[in-house]
Design a protein around this ligand. Structure first.
Ligand code: GLN
Length: 456
């Protein structure tokens, strides 16, 4: 009730949700009754979880922020949602996002603009802006987002919460509306590292419904949060931390740089050995990401034809039905991505764009692998700036894309990364949070969570 009251109070200003469940209190009552009957209620009993609206829920609409899926109700739960329900969690609602996850501010939603709870004139980041804002405004305990090129980490930084992007394949994508399948991963928001880690523990693991989900054994991420001698044993002593030099130079706000430097000093105080590491291919990640993500999305989004899903423009003529449904159903950014992707994949341009971008991807993977062979974790800002004003970059797609420079390489390499708050940028009206990013070796979320927990 407390959460729902706060949600009612804050939602008219923040607008994190596209849909709020009407059965939250009933579900909570049912848990109470189970407790009375001494029945098992699961480790997350009664924990309110908000879910990004590109993740399928059988009992609520799942629009992916697009008009083309308006009123669409999937006949099934995504695997991550199913696991949450099995653990006793209550899904409080579906959160706003940039249409199909394409964007960095949540202004690209077909339905509403979400505001940053720290300053309502600013964006919450994106594309999982609704999920980040919901945790930041304490409208839920934790939330699910998705991260194709930074959509969990950048809004976590903008909203001052913890954001965790797992290794590619760690969490099943079954029921996640596909944007760029080789990059997409479901991620976690929480107001502490422990919360994000517990959420990951609940949703991860192999799933036969997603052929790319990993069969690797799932570590115990969470018992380290309750170990008694945790802080006494100097667990970070000798940990090798590499600061990516390319991420603290030109184009990054000075106040962001000084917040990151503060975080680095804190890590040194905790016993880490910090050195700078240069990743010369770092800046190539951004153009390669936009070629690959657009190419994959142009293929994935061909399924929205007005016949199989969602909105249809009725016509006797088949091509008008397809064309009209897509023209009305997709917003401008989605159309731009489809055009860019179709162009990059077309005969005659394929070698120059798609193939070249794949080569860059391999280079990025090798560079990160080498850096992580000689370091335990790598550090960078989560974004080159703090949150900015709503509308500021809306009509400048290239400026918007450039803001993803800190996060996209991690998706190209498939690595896990954790973002947590480390400072503020102040202006006359408000303080806006700044987050820093820790990148780990593939499937080593455990280490990221340990460092993050102690850092907190
Ligand atoms: N901003 C990036 C994009 O628009 C990343 C989005 C995401 O991670 N879903 O593609």
């Amino acid at each position: 009730e407390e959460f729902l009251n706060r949600l009612r109070l804050t939602e008219p200003h923040v607008k994190s949700f596209l849909h709020v469940s009407e059965t939250v209190l009933d579900e909570a009552d049912e848990i109470d009754r189970k407790i009375d009957r001494n029945e098992d209620v699961g480790p997350l009993a009664g924990v309110l979880v908000a879910v990004k609206d590109n993740i399928c829920t059988a009992d609520m609409p799942s629009t992916a922020g697009s008009k083309i899926l308006e009123n669409y109700r999937p006949p099934f739960d995504a695997t991550a949602v199913k696991k949450l329900r099995e653990s006793g969690a209550i899904i409080v609602g579906k959160t706003n996002l940039d249409e199909f996850g394409m964007g960095s501010t949540t202004e690209g939603s077909a339905y509403q603009v979400t505001a940053n709870p720290w300053n309502l004139e600013c964006v919450p980041g994106g594309s999982s802006g609704g999920s980040a804002a919901a945790v930041s405004a304490r409208q839920c305990v934790v939330s699910l987002g998705s991260d194709t090129g930074g959509s969990v980490r950048q809004p976590a930084s903008f909203c001052g919460v913890v954001g965790l992007k797992p290794t590619y394949g760690r969490v099943s994508r079954y029921g996640l509306v596909a944007y760029a399948s080789s990059l997409d991963v479901i991620g976690c928001f929480g107001s502490s590292v422990a919360d994000a880690g517990i959420l990951l523990q609940t949703i991860c693991g192999h799933d036969k419904l997603d052929a790319t989900s990993s069969k690797r054994e799932v570590n115990d991420f969470t018992s380290q949060f309750i170990s008694k001698d945790y802080f006494e044993s100097q667990p970070l002593k000798g940990l090798r931390v590499g600061v990516i030099s390319e991420t603290l130079g030109d184009g990054v706000d000075q106040e962001v740089v000084s917040s990151i430097r503060g975080a680095i000093s804190h890590l040194e105080e905790l016993g880490c050995t910090v050195t700078e590491v240069s990743l010369p291919s770092f800046s190539l990640g951004l153009p390669a990401y936009y070629v690959l993500a657009s190419s994959e999305s142009s293929s994935n989004l061909s399924r929205y034809d007005g016949v199989r899903y969602g909105n249809q423009m009725v016509s006797d003529e088949l091509s008008a039905l397809y064309g009209g449904s897509r023209a009305n159903g997709f917003g401008p950014e989605v159309k731009r991505r489809i055009l860019m992707g179709t162009y990059a994949l077309s005969a005659g341009y394929y070698d120059a764009y798609y193939k070249r971008a794949q080569q860059v991807r391999t280079l990025v993977q090798k560079t990160f692998k080498a850096a992580l062979d000689s370091h335990d974790i790598l550090i960078s800002p989560a974004a080159p700036s703090a949150a900015y004003k709503i509308g500021e970059k809306k009509n400048d797609p290239l400026a918007m894309y450039a803001g993803d420079i800190m996060t996209v390489n991690v998706n190209l390499a498939g690595l896990p990364a954790l973002v947590l708050p480390c400072g503020f940028v102040k202006d006359s009206a408000s303080s806006l949070p700044v987050g820093f990013q820790m990148i780990g070796a593939a499937f080593d979320e455990e280490k990221l969570l340990r460092v993050g927990h102690i850092f907190e």
